[in-house]
Design a protein around this ligand. Sequence first.
Ligand SMILES: Cc1cc2nc3c(=O)[nH]c(=O)nc-3n(C[C@H](O)[C@H](O)[C@H](O)COP(=O)(O)OP(=O)(O)OC[C@H]3O[C@@H](n4cnc5c(N)ncnc54)[C@H](O)[C@@H]3O)c2cc1C
Length: 322
Amino acid sequence: MGNVITYCEFTGESLRTAALPGIACARDVAKAQGGEVVVLLVGKGAGAAAQDAARYAPRVIAVDDPSMEYDLAESIAPIVKRTIESESASAAVATATGVGKDLMPRVAALLGVAVASDVAEVVGETQFKRPVLAGNAFSTVEVTSKPLLVTARQSAFDAATPLDAAGKVEPAEAGDSDSLGAEVLRIETTASDRPDLNDADVVVSGGRGMKSGDNFAVLEKLADTMGAAMGASRAATDAGMVPADWQVGQTGKIVAPNLYFAIAISGAIQHLAGMKNSKTIVAVNKDAEAPIFQVADYGLVATWEEAVPQLTEAISKVKSEG
Ligand SMILES: Cc1cc2nc3c(=O)[nH]c(=O)nc-3n(C[C@H](O)[C@H](O)[C@H](O)COP(=O)(O)OP(=O)(O)OC[C@H]3O[C@@H](n4cnc5c(N)ncnc54)[C@H](O)[C@@H]3O)c2cc1C
């Protein structure tokens, strides 16, 4: 049985936090099918991140190409395809991030095979569980085409732990990677010192009940006491209170931090789909009947105006006491 290629995203000299659940899923696939996990890094600086990647897999293939500064799925897909073929791999996995979701269907099209998307559990050699109906039910799907392509739902797999011994790094050439005319013209991001929402250990999210963008400053203060990322419900982003890339949920980012604060968020199923796998959920809502309390580990029936400044002060005090 062939190996399991795992395409991993990286930033600087490290794998992105989001890559680790993908490696965990790849290990499950390898357990079900046989073979070993081989990490594939593609892009400018891949060589520098390869040492970190080698902590998680016996082999790392690093395609370090200065022309590939951005994660452009059109350019990466042919490299993933070629790697699968040259390795005679039986499967390839990527985390279902924005990049992974863009990439794997392109690889599938190039190979003429199917892709098991947003997989939450590896059930067997070719069978996978994946959420449907905004995460309210699971279906079991079987993929019979080969090689097997999978995107792993980030919040459904624990982060892969390092191996006892570091793996071997093998540099490789990008070769011909026709991007089909696609190019990155510019990246527009909100400048922030806070951690990326996908990678954060703690997330503070606000909803429509915050009433205005200015009021989010109160939540940002809370977030900054803990080094947390900011998130929001779609009602808050749609209303223009906060940037669209803060949106958590079915049509936003799917996160599973250790600690998630839902402040003035009702808990609609589409929001829960993006955060309910968080390890600990704290909700503040003035309505005791709000559905968010059904998933919250700690719930406070109070207005944010009253509760959040007190929370921030209490956390700052604990932090300063060391
Ligand atoms: C196809 C589709 C996809 C969607 N995708 C997403 C998605 O990805 N993410 C997402 O979030 N939503 C998504 N939605 C929208 C979702 O259905 C809800 O409309 C949205 O999540 C509601 O946001 P909210 O909880 O902030 O607002 P509301 O439902 O209006 O809730 C506001 C809450 O604030 C509380 N509140 C008000 N004032 C205060 C106060 N002073 N102090 C404390 N609490 C207060 C209220 O009691 C209420 O519970 C989607 C909808 C559809 C149809």
